[in-house]
Design a protein around this ligand. Sequence first.
Ligand code: IMP
Length: 191
Amino acid sequence: MIATHNEGKRREVAELLAPYGLDVVAAGALGLPVPEESEDSFLGNARIKALAAARATGLPALADDSGFSVAALGGDPGVRTADWAELPGGGRDYAMAMAKVAALAEPSPDRHAWFSCALVLAWPDGHTEGFLGEVHGRWVHPPRGDRGFGYDPMFIAEGGDETFGEMEPAAKHAISHRARAFAQLRAACLD
Ligand code: IMP
């Protein structure tokens, strides 16, 4: 089962795991509560979500936690990436979040930024296996491209010249933090 309440994530994970004969059920579909993400690392928060789901269902559970980090901001927004886009009245505004990141980071000449994706597989007995994928590059502003999601339009991977928001989805998926974390999980647990 996948510890997510997000249908998009459930579909992506189901597609990745289908070749291994694994069925995927979402935590949301089972009505599991959303645990508080109280850790200060991606792996720590993914572990909280995976363990809560595995203990509640008695099934192995997979959870992810991901985000965008900027060197000039000491790694922020990091585990608070989604929160920076939160609107006071509810909903998310990523143009606002990207403008905030750029305004705060602008005074520094250091443009280094990266995406991270932590995946944690947890068993009902409390055993966990964690994997961390990262893709490094630089931030740009104003945002470019209308593909992808979230902070994609302000990130250019090392060696590239298009933002993740401009790239073909397949090209992004070949090098993304999520693909790298999944490659590690497959090599360790599935292949
Ligand atoms: P989570 O769903 O709580 O892990 O939050 C992840 C946050 O990071 C969300 O705000 C996403 O928009 C952002 N994020 C994660 N992965 C990507 C990506 O591949 N591109 C752009 N934004 C991402």
